[in-house]
Design a protein around this ligand. Sequence first.
Ligand code: GLC
Length: 451
Amino acid sequence: MKTKSLVTVLLLGSMLLISQFSLAQLPKETEAHKAERLKWWTDSRFGMFIHWGLYALPARHEWVKNAERMTNEQYQKYFEVFNPDMWDPHEWAKMAKAAGMKYVVLTAKHHEGFCLFDSKFTDYKATNTPYGKDLIKEYVEAFRAEGLKVGFYYSLIDWHHPDYTIDSNHPLRQTSDSAYARLNKGRDMSKYREYIKNQVRELLTNYGEISIIWFDFSFPGKHGKSHDDWDSENLLKMARSLQPGIIVDDRLDLDNIEGGWDFTTPEQVQVSKWPEVNGKKVPWETCQTFSGSWGYYRDETSWKSPAQLLELLIESVSKGGNLLLNVGPTARGVFDYRAQDRLKAMGEWMKYNNRSIYGCTEAPAGFTAPANSLFTYNPVAKRLYIHLLAYPLGSLTLTNMADKVKYIQFLHDASEIRFSSGENASKNDLTLSLPMLKPPSEIPVLEVFLK
Ligand code: GLC
């Protein structure tokens, strides 16, 4: 009896230890520590996403292999001619910097499975194409040289790897369980799990400091894939141990695991308010395209205007978030002329107005933005920024703010904006007198010095 209970105690004890150990797999950190680790990123607010791979050649969406249900053999022609002869990553980095972007995330591998880096674990990589060089190495060096923080997008999904099982998002997707079973015979996800670990280890070991890893994506459910398929917890644990400061997105299907993600990723949508999890505001970044497709899409015409794009950026900051704006370079290795055009316009605005973006966030409770305007707020400088989306006719009223305001100027030229109080219904309202002529700025910004 005694030995039995001793055994039970030992058994329970070791189970407890094991469970504590597996819980302790992801580093624990306090909210303050996490905020500190993410600070450079939340201060930056604006980054560049780059989707580049073989899909730049068909030039009709990065999901083309899936949409047209191509086999590996049918897709092979793109691999055989991939040769971005005009590629100059320094030029890309300069354009990102000039647009006001502070960090960059490039697809090291997208769903098609093609690797831009010289991985030891596959032949399906840039070094084996006519181009013949490790694009990731050149990318990392060029963007770093311009002072941008460098990140990788890594697709968990892989439509090329022989061990990756056919699922509902695969080009070879099926309609019956038996057809899936037939096609998946011999495919071994445990080998694929090793493959992604090996590749992520390469990416986070061979290229110096990597600031962001953007895993994409899980889709739990029947014929789907979830954290078990990727062994997400251990993958993430490895990533964090190789790059302790790294910032990680939320697509590993570890939503409910403490430390399982750093920021949430609303894609191609405008959020209605600062996203919350369990009633708490969380770090977030919206990723957006210029035109609908992530990869280069020659015939797409639905390009957003500079004003719309700036509004996306300002709106994100006004709700405490970041914008990751995507470029899909061509197969020659240059940015689409339409992307260049928009980046330039955004850079022109950012040059004079970036003070309302960097280090800014949602305005404190109690500040209500007038119609057709967006507030951002710098809590350190104690300045409020009013972005005039539609330029008013000579005056603007700020409700309930007279007791809070010290001084107001236009941000782009630091010219004084005169104001008076007490003229409106409430004594605490302020009436600003603005020039009738809209200043030569896509979205004029008022900088309000608070008391
Ligand atoms: C989606 C798409 C993918 C793109 C990503 C960017 O998950 O599958 O093509 O890379 O969104 O957020």
